[in-house]
Design a protein around this ligand. Structure first.
Ligand SMILES: [Zn+2]
Length: 128
């Protein structure tokens, strides 16, 4: 399925691909070829990729990725139809490069789990 120029909410060049969910590089935005069949998700992802800064990492980008806010029902349906595509994009280092935002989010989560574990162990040893 192809989206005509006038329907595009974006000035970026959009390329539909088979093996990625959504990502952006200096040449434009890449979206999975099946995304147009999930209109709300397609719109949300396109808006998200357009909100990203071009080139380099910024805190604004990180906050954008933490925000989430994709349409849940269509995201669920897409994940069910394309589990490997979604799983691959959840890996911070994949064949499309390194997703530093995702890497930072994982490091923060691991730190949070580790910190909570240490706190629970400390409470157990000192307060109980
Ligand atoms: Zn993002």
């Amino acid at each position: 399925m192809c989206i005509s120029e006038s329907q595009r909410p974006s000035q970026q060049k959009i390329t539909y691909v088979k093996d990625a969910f959504a990502y952006m590089d200096k040449d434009g935005i890449y979206l999975h070829e099946d995304l147009p069949n999930y209109p709300a998700l397609h719109r949300a992802i396109l808006g998200h990729e357009n909100d990203h800064q071009q080139g380099g990492f910024t805190v604004k980008d990180l906050l954008l990725d933490l925000k989430g806010g994709l349409p849940k029902e269509e995201l669920k349906a897409f994940k069910k139809a394309h589990p490997w595509v979604v799983l691959r994009m959840m890996s911070p280092i994949n064949k499309f490069g390194t997703n530093y935002n995702l890497l930072i989010i994982y490091i923060l989560l691991i730190g949070l789990v580790y910190g909570t574990m240490r706190l629970v162990l400390w409470i157990g040893a000192n307060l109980l």
